[in-house]
Design a protein around this ligand. Structure first.
Ligand code: ADP
Ligand code: MG
Length: 422
């Protein structure tokens, strides 16, 4: 009889999570605490209706919805279930009413306290914590059951019915594990759905922006060409104005090119080359900027022999963007270092600077499209570089300390013909 009732209770406790998961698939706004509170209160009530009375005590799974609602749906939903349990227990009455009420309140209190830190845990730990908290009312029930019967003078063999204890403990724990696992699945599915929708939106937006950028680039090139022709015939102030207009047009063009490169890096010519050669070219290209800023550019890779198979110009672009950032972040008298080491498959390039560094918050935003802290910045350089390296199957990581400097670590695989993505 006890087993039957408990198994029925088990089904009752699982039902709302299943209903919830079906409904929330159709309706995206299904996370109101009132709704969970109502569903779990119904579960608690039904569990108490199908309870198993044994020597004045009632055995059922009412604590499962109580613990779950506090942990997963918050204090409001938990409060609703607590209210339902207290009222129903008072209506049921009997000699053991105070034990019942005390156990309910103590379980609610523990769940309420645990709920505060619950969402900081990983999903698996949340299931574990729910199960541990789920065992707490069981312990309370057995203690109060035995205390009550001890004072009633009952013979010990009735009080300690081992198979029943094991059965209750097992089904109670099973119910908590199943329901919390199911809740976690619902949460994960919901998160994944949101992520997919967000990615889809971003994708459409990116495609739209890329096609607009592409369309704008052609007329811009035409305008620039004609302006250059017109500039040749001008003198004096007008000539200066033309220079200004052309330089701004050049800036707009480079932003558009950067953006298009970010949207779809084009690896036009794949070739085998020495990494040290490209690094030397980049250093030579950026040396004037470093001199202008009063920064020492130090490179150590002359003896290193490592060849890559990829688009040389794209790699150059990626390196230029990152090293330029390092130079721009470094005050006069500072140092920017470029080193590289390698094993058989990968090259590790380190770009270090003694610049202003970045805070944790800034670091978390780096690589986000259009994020910049500079007056004339575009916020495209890092995003483009990260995208290029990613397309080369490489990785970039940042270490930075405000006021001390930044280290950019780039891992580049040698890249065989068939591995390189275009
Ligand atoms: P931009 O250079 O146009 O601002 P980027 O995408 O190249 O755009 O860089 C974004 C931001 O990241 C910069 O504005 C700067 O604040 C920060 N940043 C990048 N590299 C460094 C670095 N080495 N040291 C300090 N800050 C950096
Ligand atoms: Mg930059």
């Amino acid at each position: 009889m006890l087993a039957e009732r408990l198994l029925l209770n088990l089904l009752i406790t699982i039902a709302p999570v299943l209903i919830y998961s079906v409904l929330s698939d159709k309706n995206r706004k299904m996370n109101s605490p009132i709704l969970s509170g109502t569903l779990q209160s119904l579960v608690a009530l039904t569990c108490m209706i199908f309870t198993h009375a044994n020597y004045g005590f009632h055995w059922d799974l009412r604590y499962v919805p109580l613990v779950l609602s506090f942990l997963y749906a918050g204090p409001r939903a938990g409060g609703m279930v607590l209210g339902t349990l207290v009222v129903t227990r008072i209506i049921m009455g009997g000699n053991t009413i105070y034990f019942g009420l005390a156990n309910t309140l103590l379980t609610a209190l523990l769940s309420f306290i645990a709920a505060k830190r619950f969402w900081k845990l990983s999903p698996n730990k949340r299931v574990l914590i729910s199960s541990v908290i789920g065992c707490w009312p069981l312990l309370l029930c057995f203690v109060s059951f035995n205390t009550y019967h001890y004072f009633q003078g009952a013979p010990l063999k009735i009080v300690l019915n081992i198979p029943d204890i094991i059965l209750i403990g097992f089904i109670h724990t099973l119910a908590i594990i199943i329901t919390s696992k199911l809740s976690e699945n619902v949460i994960e599915r919901k998160k994944m759905r949101e992520e997919i929708i967000r990615a889809e939106k971003l994708n459409t937006l990116g495609e739209l922006a890329a096609s607009i950028a592409h369309e704008v680039r052609n007329p811009l090139t035409v305008v620039k060409g004609f302006l250059q022709l017109m500039q040749k015939e001008e003198q004096g102030k007008n000539y200066e104005y033309f220079s200004l207009v052309l330089s701004e047009l050049g800036r707009a063009e480079s932003i558009i090119n950067d953006y298009l490169n970010f949207a779809k890096p084009k690896f036009e010519k794949l070739e085998k080359f020495q990494l040290a050669d490209v690094l030397s070219e980049v250093v030579m290209l950026l040396d004037p900027l470093a001199v202008k800023q009063g920064v020492t550019l130090k490179s150590e890779f002359n003896q290193n022999d490592f060849s890559l198979f990829t688009d040389r110009n794209q790699l150059k672009q990626a390196l230029v963007n990152l090293i330029k950032n390092a130079i721009e972040a470094t005050p006069e008298g500072g140092k920017v270092g470029i080193q590289f080491k390698h094993d058989h498959q990968n090259a590790i390039i380190l770009i270090t600077d003694t610049g202003k560094g970045m805070t944790h918050e800034q670091l978390s935003r780096i690589g986000t499209l259009f994020y910049t802290t500079k007056d004339k910045g575009t916020g495209l350089g890092t995003s483009v570089s990260l995208r290029i390296i990613e397309t080369m199957n490489g990785k970039v990581s940042y270490k930075s300390q405000p006021g001390v400097g930044t280290e950019v670590r780039m891992i580049l695989p040698a890249g065989k013909k068939e591995e390189v993505t275009i």
